[in-house]
Design a protein around this ligand. Structure first.
Ligand SMILES: NC(=O)c1ccc[n+]([C@@H]2O[C@H](COP(=O)([O-])OP(=O)(O)OC[C@H]3O[C@@H](n4cnc5c(N)ncnc54)[C@H](OP(=O)(O)O)[C@@H]3O)[C@@H](O)[C@H]2O)c1
Length: 242
């Protein structure tokens, strides 16, 4: 039986890579996007041509809005895995972070995902195989100056995985966080090449992760054989900051 995963943020760099790897592993996918309609449509087209026996459905939603989860969940039928690869940060001193921006970050990266988990919990448990994976961040573990709001939200995801994994373990559902360090994606385009080079020089592995180096761990956790790993935050940082 073909399994179904919903990738929130499939239009992002890491999300797209996750989609490609899961499709190659035989999954059917709901591909979520927010603004990057063109990118999402191209991904759908590419995967449909390459893996004709699987299904690839597009779903659009702005997770900062209250109605997003209800709209999304109405478009789902089967669901075996829920992968959260959406996210944005806000760079600057915490004192200057507008309350509205903080609230949007919390809604998009924490509250909407948690609500989506509530409304899809029965589907995820139906086959005694369910996977919930968040793309968190090393900043959720160690914290970062100038990204205090973002660090807070990412840390909360790990706290949620700690607790919720215990509630659903007996249902065959696992809950984990993959927490990258610095990844070479468009999210880091706001930093100049000089700043990015300085960061890379601090990373013991000597370079930013590729999206593949993050997506690999998602694939591993989705394996049936990974059923005993739950409630974990796995730091994939090339040795940086831990
Ligand atoms: N890059 C890094 O160094 C790094 C490090 C640690 C953790 N992470 C985490 O990795 C994940 C993926 O990031 P990335 O590097 O792949 O960045 P990215 O390419 O910028 O992708 C961001 C994704 O978030 C989606 N998104 C933005 N606003 C949204 C909203 N209001 N509602 C729903 N979705 C929204 C985007 O959708 P559209 O494009 O369709 O608008 C896109 O799919 C994020 O959780 C990020 O925090 C990244």
């Amino acid at each position: 039986m073909i399994k179904w995963a919903l990738i929130i943020g499939a239009s992002g760099d890491i999300g797209t890579q996750i989609a490609e790897e899961l499709a190659a592993d035989g999954w059917s996918l709901y591909l979520h996007y927010f603004k990057s309609s063109e990118r999402a449509h191209q991904l759908q087209k590419k995967l449909t041509m390459k893996f004709a026996r699987q299904d690839f459905l597009l779903v659009q939603a702005d997770l900062t809005t209250d109605q997003a989860v209800d709209e999304l969940s109405q478009q789902l039928f089967s669901l075996d895995a829920l992968i959260f690869a959406q996210g944005t940060t806000n760079y600057g001193l915490f004192q200057k972070l507008p309350a509205r921006e903080m609230a949007k970050m919390v809604q998009m990266q924490l509250l909407s995902p948690l609500h989506l988990i509530q409304v899809t919990a029965d589907k995820l448990a139906i086959n005694h195989f369910g996977r919930i994976i968040f793309i968190g961040s090393i900043y959720g573990g160690v914290g970062s100056a100038m990204e205090v709001g973002y660090s807070t939200v990412k840390g909360a995801l790990s706290a949620f995985a700690n607790a919720y994994s215990k509630e659903v373990a007996s249902l065959g559902v696992t809950v984990n966080v993959i927490a990258p360090g610095a990844v070479a994606t468009r999210m880091n385009n706001m930093f100049s090449p000089t700043v990015r080079q300085a960061v890379a020089a601090e990373i013991p592995a000597g370079h930013f992760a590729s999206s593949q180096e993050i997506a690999y761990w998602v694939k591993v956790i989705l394996a049936t054989e990974a059923d005993y790993l739950t409630g974990q935050t796995i730091y994939v940082t090339g040795g940086w900051l831990k």
